[in-house]
Design a protein around this ligand. Structure first.
Ligand code: THU
Length: 158
C-alpha cells in the first residue's frame, strides 16, 4: 500500500482521479446524500467513469465502481490498470479515503483478472490531502475469480 501525495501520482492516475471528481456532480443519491465518483484507467489512456445510482429499494443501489465497470463493458472494454475513487458528503468533505464496498471489490477482482494486471485502486479524500494506492489483492486477499474456476479468460479479454 502506498500513501503518495497528489503530485506524486502518475499523469494517468491524476487524470483518472480528476475525472472521478468531475462525475461526482452526477451522483444520484437522494437517500444517502453521499457522492461517489470512480474512474477506470487503462495504460493507453482510456478512462471510463461511473457514479453511484441509488434506488428507493435501497439494496438495488449501484455503486460508482460497479457503474464504471458495467459502462466499460458496454463499451467493449475489459482491460484496465486500475480505478480511482473519490467521495464527498452533501455538506461535508471526506477526511479519510472511501474504500470500495465488498461487492465492488469482488467485481473489481473479476476485472483485474481479465485485465491481467495488479490493478491499482487509487483512493482519495475530497480535498486530495490523503491518497492511498492499494492493489485489488491487498483489498481482497485470497479473492475468488474466474481463474479459480479454470475459465480460459483469454476468450473474454477485450
Ligand atoms: N457507494 C459507492 O458508490 N461506492 C462505494 O464503494 C461505497 C458506497 C455508494 C452507495 C450509496 O449510494 C452510497 O455510497 C452510500 O452507501
Amino acid at each position: 500500500m502506498q500513501h503518495p501525495n497528489y503530485q506524486e501520482l502518475t499523469d494517468l492516475q491524476r487524470k483518472a482521479l480528476d475525472v472521478a471528481e468531475e462525475v461526482l456532480k452526477n451522483s444520484y443519491n437522494p437517500y444517502s446524500n453521499f457522492f461517489v465518483g470512480a474512474a477506470l484507467f487503462a495504460e493507453e489512456g482510456t478512462i471510463v467513469s461511473g457514479t453511484n445510482f441509488e434506488n428507493a429499494a435501497y439494496g438495488s443501489t449501484i455503486c460508482a465502481e460497479r457503474s464504471a465497470t458495467l459502462r466499460a463493458n458496454a463499451m467493449g472494454l475489459r482491460r484496465f490498470s486500475g480505478i480511482a475513487i473519490i467521495a464527498r458528503g452533501i455538506n461535508f468533505d471526506t477526511t479519510e479515503v472511501t474504500g470500495p464496498c465488498g461487492s465492488c471489490r469482488q467485481v473489481l477482482y473479476e476485472l483485474a483478472q481479465l485485465s491481467g494486471t495488479a490493478f491499482e485502486v487509487v483512493l482519495s479524500t475530497t480535498k486530495k490531502d490523503k491518497i492511498i494506492i492499494a492493489t485489488i489483492k491487498e483489498l481482497l486477499p485470497l479473492g475468488f475469480g474466474p481463474l479459480d474456476l479454470g475459465i480460459d479468460i483469454a476468450k473474454y479479454q477485450k
